[in-house]
Design a binder for this molecule. Structure first.
Ligand code: SF4
Ligand code: SF4
Length: 415
C-alpha cells in the first residue's frame, strides 16, 4: 500500500456522515477515517493483522461514498480493497473462488449452462413449493439468502437471443459496442434489450460481440488480480476488432470496471483507448436529449431514483439519470433522501455480512417508502436484485425497474 495515500487523511471527519457502516454503528473503527488509521498503524508496525482488526476492515462495503465526501481525495473503500489484495497476494484461490472465477465467469457458455437448473427450478413451480414450506431454512444461511434474492429468470439469456449487430432504426449516426454484463444477460435481459432498442432508435448501429467475458469486477471482490487482468486483456482485444465510437454498458458495476482497464493495464494504449470510449448508457442518452424529447410518450407514474455506488461514487454520474427521467411526460419524479447511500448489496456483501447489509438496506427502504413512489429506478444489477426482493416484501410493494426499461416504455407509448 502506498504510504502517502495513508497519510493524506487529515482526520477532519467530513466522511463520517456519508459512511453507511458508521451511520449504523457510530464506531470509529467502522468509519473511513478509522479504517485509514487502522491501515496506517498496520503499515507502521504498531498493530498486527489480528482477526478482529481484519473483521473491522472487512465490514467496509467498498461503496466509496467516503471518496465522494473527502476533501483530500482519500478513498478509504479502495484502500481497504487494495489492502485485502495485498493480504491475499501469493495465496491460492479457495475451491469456490477457483470454480466461480476461473471455471465459470470467463466462460459465458458454462455460466449459462450452470444457471439452467435454476430456471427449471422456477419453471416447474418447485421454487414456490420450497418457499411456501419454508424448506430453505434447512439449508446453510448463505444459500438461503442467495435463493431469496433470485428473481424470475428470463426464458433465455440475452447473449444467446440478441443478434451480434442490431441496425440503427432510421438514419445511422454511429456505431456503439454494447458490453453486456453477465447478470444483465442472465437475469435482467429485458432491461438490456430495452437499452439496445433505445440506442437503435437514436440512430446507433449496436454491435454486441458474443464472445465477450465478465468485466472482472468479481475478481476484484475476491482480490484476484490475475483474473482481473486476464479479463481486461481479453475484452480490450475483442472490442478492438470492431470499429465503434463508444462502448456502452447498462451495468453500473461493469462500467466502473471497464473505465479502469487503462489503469489496470498501464502502458497498454489499446486499454487506454478502450476505457476512453466506455460510457454508461445514461451518459450516452443524455447526449441526445433533444432527439429523445420528441419521441417520449406520457408515462403517468410516481418514480424515484436510487444512485448505485458504482455509478454515482465510482463514475461521478448523478445528473444524467435524473435529467432523463424528468423528461418523460407526466412522470412524477420524487427525489430520494440519501439517494446515493449504498443499498447493502455491494457484490457478495449481502451474503457474507447479512446483518450489516440488512441494517443498511432497511434505512434505504424506509427512505424509498417516504417518497410515495410507485416505481424505484436504478441501473446496477446488484441494486436491482437487493431492492427488488426488499420492496416486493412491503405491504404496498414498490416496483423496481432499470432506467432503460422506463425510457423504452415511454418511447413505445406503453403505460
Ligand atoms: S478520509 Fe478524508 S474526509 Fe475522512 S477524515 Fe480523512 S481527510 Fe477527512
Ligand atoms: S467505502 Fe463505504 S463503507 Fe467503506 S469506508 Fe467508505 S463509505 Fe464507509
Amino acid at each position: 500500500m502506498d504510504y502517502v495515500k495513508l497519510i493524506n487523511c487529515m482526520r477532519c471527519g467530513m466522511c463520517l456522515s456519508h459512511c453507511p457502516t458508521y451511520k449504523e454503528t457510530f464506531l470509529e473503527t467502522a468509519s473511513p477515517r478509522g479504517r485509514v488509521a487502522l491501515m496506517r498503524k498496520l503499515s507502521e508496525g504498531e498493530l498486527e493483522a489480528s482477526e478482529r482488526l481484519l473483521e473491522y476492515l472487512s465490514l467496509c462495503l467498498d461503496c466509496q461514498a467516503c471518496a465522494s465526501a473527502c476533501p483530500c481525495g482519500v478513498n478509504a473503500g479502495e484502500m481497504v480493497a487494495e489492502f485485502k489484495c495485498e493480504q491475499k497476494d501469493g495465496k491460492e484461490l479457495s475451491f469456490m473462488e477457483e470454480l466461480i472465477l476461473r471455471k465459470l465467469l470467463p466462460h459465458p457458455d458454462r455460466l449459462e449452462a450452470a444457471i439452467k437448473p435454476m430456471r427449471v427450478y422456477q419453471q416447474t413451480g418447485l421454487q414456490k413449493v420450497v418457499r411456501k414450506l419454508g424448506m430453505l431454512k434447512m439449508f446453510p444461511k448463505p444459500l438461503e439468502r442467495m435463493e431469496g434474492l433470485l428473481p424470475e429468470l428470463p426464458g433465455q439469456p440475452l447473449r444467446q437471443a440478441i443478434h451480434e449487430v442490431t441496425p440503427a432504426a432510421g438514419a445511422e449516426r454511429g456505431t456503439v459496442g454494447f458490453f453486456l454484463g453477465c447478470v444483465m444477460s442472465l437475469v435482467f435481459s429485458e432491461a438490456s434489450r430495452a437499452t439496445v432498442r433505445l440506442l437503435s432508435e437514436l440512430g446507433y448501429r449496436v454491435v454486441t460481440p458474443k464472445d465477450q467475458k465478465c468485466c472482472g469486477a468479481p475478481n476484484v471482490l475476491a482480490a484476484d488480480r490475475q483474473g482481473l487482468l486476464d479479463a481486461a486483456r481479453f475484452n480490450v482485444d475483442l472490442f478492438s476488432r470492431h470499429d465503434v465510437d463508444f462502448i456502452v454498458t447498462d451495468c453500473g458495476g461493469c462500467g466502473s470496471e471497464l473505465k479502469k482497464y487503462g489503469h489496470h493495464l498501464e502502458g497498454d494504449d489499446g486499454a487506454a483507448a478502450f476505457s476512453g470510449k466506455v460510457r454508461d448508457i445514461s451518459q450516452l442518452l443524455a447526449l441526445h436529449v433533444d432527439d429523445l424529447k420528441g419521441k417520449l410518450q406520457p408515462l403517468p407514474l410516481k418514480v424515484t431514483y436510487h444512485d448505485p455506488c458504482h455509478i454515482a461514487h465510482c463514475q461521478g454520474i448523478r445528473m444524467e439519470p435524473r435529467q432523463l427521467l424528468k423528461m418523460v411526460p407526466d412522470l412524477d419524479f420524487r427525489e430520494l433522501a440519501e439517494a446515493d447511500a449504498c443499498c447493502g448489496s455491494a457484490g457478495t456483501y449481502n451474503i457474507e455480512k447479512p446483518e450489516m447489509s440488512d441494517r443498511v438496506l432497511r434505512r434505504k427502504v424506509e427512505n424509498i417508502k417516504a417518497t410515495g413512489a410507485e416505481v424505484l429506478v436504478t441501473s446496477n444489477p446488484g441494486c436491482l436484485l437487493q431492492l427488488k426482493k426488499a420492496l416486493s416484501e412491503e405491504v404496498s410493494p414498490i416496483r423496481v425497474m432499470h432506467l432503460t426499461e422506463v425510457l423504452a416504455r415511454s418511447l413505445a407509448g406503453e403505460r
